[in-house]
Design a protein. Structure first.
Length: 202
């Protein structure tokens, strides 16, 4: 029989460790405050704890602090700071931060718009199994933004994204532009890509 979930008790223990500089505990406190678990929801407190953990290099905290800057939760909305924290987390391999870097580069939020950089970050996140990055990378291939236009690559990533829970209609949108032979090739590349754990994606 497991221990009953108790966010109030979790907050108490996190606080003891966080006050001694434990980065994971600081991150955990930030999460509890941001969600209102075991403590009243308080975005400003969440941002303070995330910052302490982020300054110690914890990528999850850096990513979450980026979100708070992007949406102005508990701190002033600041796209430049959001992008900076996403970059720090993304450089450490945080898949969701890499996806969000793709988004900010696509939209020019806090950084100059750059579809090549967007594609690079989407690819890194896509190869970690991030369905949203796989979907957005597929769309870049559809339009030829930041990459050479390629319906087979678009189909491949959109089909993989759909298999991971993203919009299932994306690959169908591309399929109508393709020959049966192109579709067959794209399906095979997608199969190999998934079977290899994104190591061999053509």
């Amino acid at each position: 029989m497991g221990i009953p979930q108790d966010y109030v008790e979790a907050e108490r223990w996190y606080l003891l460790a966080a006050e001694h500089g434990h980065a994971d505990a600081q991150h955990g406190l930030g999460f509890l405050h941001s969600q209102g678990l075991g403590t009243p929801q308080d975005y400003a407190a969440a941002a303070r704890w995330y910052l302490m953990a982020a300054d110690q290099g914890l990528p999850g905290a850096q990513h979450n602090l980026g979100i708070m800057h992007q949406y102005g939760q508990g701190i002033a909305q600041d796209y430049v700071e959001a992008a900076r924290w996403y970059l720090l987390a993304g450089e450490q391999g945080h898949a969701e931060a890499r996806f969000k870097l793709g988004v900010v580069y696509s939209n020019g939020q806090g950084v100059p718009q750059n579809h090549i950089e967007a594609a690079r970050w989407y690819l890194l996140a896509a190869e970690q199994g991030n369905a949203d990055a796989q979907y957005n990378l597929g769309l870049l291939y559809v339009e030829g933004l930041g990459v050479l236009q390629n319906n087979e690559r678009a189909f491949m990533w959109l089909r993989i994204a759909a298999s991971n829970g993203s919009d299932p209609a994306g690959w169908e949108y591309v399929a109508v532009r393709m020959t049966p032979q192109q579709i067959a090739r794209a399906q095979e590349i997608a199969r190999v890509c998934l079977a290899s754990g994104y190591v061999d994606c053509g």
